[in-house]
Design a protein around this ligand. Structure first.
Ligand SMILES: Nc1ncnc2c1ncn2[C@@H]1O[C@H](COP(=O)(O)OP(=O)(O)OP(=O)(O)O)[C@@H](O)[C@H]1O
Ligand SMILES: [Mg+2]
Length: 389
């Protein structure tokens, strides 16, 4: 285990002739282009894990790679670090081509999902690891370690051993170690996923605050959409080795570019439909008014509407897309309820109603009610070749 960890950390052996890292430090300014990823391909034999990914990240940004298991998030992060080199493509870090550089010649700090601390070294020695390799003086190292432990909320724990720390504390130490050499780029691979929910939420906001404070460009891998939504300046949604969409959490949620994104980020009703003309579709035997893009006319498509966008208040028969539905299951979720609704055609919808609506409209299982599907909340996507999730 120690051997493996050592290998993971080899990048921290700093080469004093590391020109790229030095050059990078000089050029960086908040908001400038910091990292350019150009047409990155990673193959494992015949399997293509990254299919020509391009992305530009600005300095000081907090980026989350979000996607289902196996979509290539870790592969992408490791290629950026040089821990697993890409098969083809380029990486430009602050104007310097680092594509072919070994990890120890690059400028980054990294935190892994499992606590890759040296169990036989104290907290202080773990944090100091990269600094020792840089031949920093003993007093400088001591001061830096003390500062970093303070920053991550573990002051005075220098002499403890990792085994004496909780999972959350170990990840704080790992974070301090990653930040010790003041890297220009912080890489986090699911750093919170092994922690229990409460610690995770707490550390989430702490890492975010720390990142803001240090203005360090950060890429975090996660498959937890809530984590990505709360922490990221921009989210990169990945699927099967490609980027599906890049945008702010709001953009990704409110304007998903693909059916996959609509379904993976948040929940959505995703219904197969036939686009009749520019203003209407047929879905499960029901005709709905929509605003359909030209390219989908006459085609099979997917209609998406978020559960919270299904309307339930003050509906008239003459309202657009009003449907009489039967209330089936009601799932109580605290401030709102998730309700399964069925139309006589067999069309099933999931809606979310606030507690106020549930009470005011007396929404109870077995009753009928009227709902609307507002045109402005309906999105149409081309049919996907594989299943959306
Ligand atoms: N060393 C390897 N050899 C062969 N295939 C690999 C290797 N590493 C990863 N893969 C494959 O590449 C794909 C992407 O893997 P990757 O670990 O990047 O996924 P991920 O998005 O990080 O998933 P998770 O959320 O489960 O960590 C997967 O299909 C995986 O099986
Ligand atoms: Mg992974």
């Amino acid at each position: 285990m120690v051997a493996l960890e050592k290998k993971q950390l080899e990048y921290e052996y700093h080469d004093p002739k590391n020109d790229a890292a030095a050059a990078i430090k000089n050029v960086v300014g908040m908001g400038n282009k910091y990292l350019e990823i150009i047409d990155l391909v990673k193959k494992y034999d015949d399997f293509v894990a990254l299919k020509g990914i391009s992305l530009t990240i600005n300095s000081g940004e907090f980026i989350c790679f979000l996607g289902p298991s196996g979509c290539g998030k870790t592969t992408f992060l490791r290629a950026i670090a040089g821990l697993d080199h890409q098969t083809s493509g380029k990486l430009i870090q602050s104007g310097v081509d680092v594509s072919e550089l070994q990890p120890n010649k690059r400028d980054f700090g990294i935190v892994f999902q499992s606590y890759a601390l040296f169990p036989n070294l104290t907290v202080a020695k773990n944090v100091a690891y990269g600094l020792v390799n840089r031949k920093a003086s003993k007093p400088d190292i001591q001061q830096k370690v003390s500062e970093l432990l303070h920053t991550v909320g573990l002051p005075g724990s220098e002499s403890k051993y990792p085994a004496a720390l909780s999972g959350g504390q170990q990840q704080r130490v790992a974070l301090a170690r990653a930040l010790a050499t003041s890297p220009g780029l912080l890489l986090l691979d699911e750093p919170l996923s092994a922690l229990d929910a409460q610690v995770r939420t707490h550390l989430r906001s702490e890492i975010k605050a720390l990142q803001r404070n240090l203005e360090v460009t950060t890429i975090m891998v996660t498959h937890d959409q809530e984590e990505a939504m709360t922490m990221a300046d921009r989210i990169v949604v990945m699927n099967h080795g490609v980027i599906e969409q890049v945008g702010t959490p709001q953009e990704i949620y409110q304007h998903p570019a693909t059916a996959f994104v609509a379904n993976f980020v948040g929940t959505t009703n995703l219904l197969p439909c036939t686009v009749i003309d520019a203003n209407s579709v047929e879905v499960g035997g029901v005709k709905l008014n929509v605003s359909a893009p030209q390219v989908l006319l006459g085609k099979q498509a997917l209609l998406a509407i978020r559960p919270e966008d299904i309307g339930a208040r003050s509906i008239n028969n003459s309202d657009t897309n009003s449907l009489d539905v039967l209330i089936n299951e009601i799932e109580f979720l605290g401030s709102f309820s998730r309700v399964t609704l069925t139309h006589q055609s067999g069309l099933t919808l999931t809606a979310e109603f606030s507690m106020n609506s549930m009470r005011d409209l007396d929404i109870t299982s077995g009753k009928s009610m009227k709902v609307t599907l507002p045109i402005k909340h309906i999105r149409l996507f081309p049919e996907e070749p594989s299943s959306p999730r």
